[in-house]
Design a protein around this ligand. Structure first.
Ligand SMILES: O=C(O)C(=O)C[C@]1(C(=O)O)C=C[C@@H](O)C=C1
Length: 195
């Protein structure tokens, strides 16, 4: 048994479901920008406990399958959390979630969607704050709608979507609606401040 342990046999079940091979730090290929702020540093994670060589063969066969699942899940959540918002100053912290490519159940997917939506709302709250600022700064109500700037904002979003590999036609539609909502909000705000 000791000989097997010293040979580095892995703890059965621990991390055995991991869909990606673990690589030593620094050996991962550069991530496509589409990986986004929440996985930018994912490849810097240390190895999970699945690599523990000594105790594995002794008690692993007994508690491995149960603990393995729990540890694997915990590792995937931790891996996501520890990378949330990495390197993106404006990215809000995200609730516990598992990165999309690591999800295996709809429960995990929906938890990720809910966490993402919450972060998006936080960013939208910031954006609408800038609309209130614009409403305060613009001297006339006619200035609220600026078609040139609207075009520029949508073009920026489309360019970013292309860079991230997101369907840019959908993003263009999305931003059209977003800027129109922003104009409506800013217009109401402009009037409210001066009423
Ligand atoms: O840049 C502005 O002037 C804004 O008020 C912001 C904003 C936007 O949503 O980004 C809103 C209204 C304008 O038509 C253009 C852009």
């Amino acid at each position: 048994m000791l000989a097997i342990a010293l040979m580095g046999v892995r703890w059965p079940g621990f991390g055995s479901h991991s869909p990606e091979p673990l690589r030593p730090m620094g050996t991962w290929p550069p991530l496509h920008r589409g990986a986004g702020p929440y996985c930018e540093r994912a490849h810097l994670q240390e190895k999970p406990l699945s690599s523990t060589p000594v105790i594995g063969p002794v008690i692993g066969p007994v508690i491995g399958p149960v603990m393995g699942t729990a540890m694997d899940c915990a590792w995937r959540v931790r891996r996501s959390i520890s990378t949330a918002g990495a390197g993106q100053g404006m990215a809000p912290p995200m609730d516990k979630h598992i990165e999309p490519e690591l999800c295996r159940t709809m429960k995990e997917v929906r938890r990720g969607v809910d966490a993402t939506d919450k972060a998006l709302i936080s960013l939208l709250a910031t954006r609408f704050g800038y609309m209130r600022a614009a409403a305060r700064i613009k001297q006339t109500h006619e200035e609220v709608r600026d078609e040139d700037r609207k075009r520029e904002v949508i073009d920026n979003a489309v360019a970013e979507a292309k860079a991230l590999g997101v369907p840019d036609a959908l993003i263009a539609q999305f931003w059209e609606a977003l800027v129109e909502c922003s104009i409506a909000y800013e217009g109401e705000e402009w009037k409210r401040i001066r009423a």
